[in-house]
Every structure is written in C-alpha cells, then in structure tokens.
Design a protein. Sequence first.
Length: 89
Amino acid sequence: MTKQTSASPAFRFVWQPKFEASLKESNPKKLLEAVHAAETGIFNRLQELAERSTRDPSQQAEQQAIAEALRTLRIVKRDKLGFPDWEAK
C-alpha cells in the first residue's frame, strides 16, 4: 500500500480521511468510534512503515504528520470525550 490515497486530492496519506472524519464528528456517541478508526488507520500505517527495510527520506513528512495527528487525537479524547490527560504534570 502506498502512502498516497486516491480518496481525495486533499489527502496526502492513506490514514488522513479517517483522521479528518474524527475531527468533524459532532455526535458524541460516534466520536469515540471515529477516533478509534483514525488511531487504527495510523497504527496500520506505522506498521507498514516499520516493515520496510529501507528508510525513505520522504517518509519523514508522513511521520511528522502522524505525530501531529496523534497529538490532536489525544486532545480530542481529553476535551471532547473526557479522557484523563496522561501528559499532565
């Protein structure tokens, strides 16, 4: 599977449609499901990247985007779903 997706030209990586859908979900009952779907898509992509024996420099942009997406999902879970802030000091 490639990092590109044909779902929409606005999406650069295959996991982004699920991530964006989770950010747009307003129904609290569906939000947790959407967040889990986004996290699963990101996790699957991270597994694909880890299985490659070579390091492609172009993957750096995707890895940075993944890190930012995971930070954003943590905030969504904390602020909209009432999850504890495990990074609070």
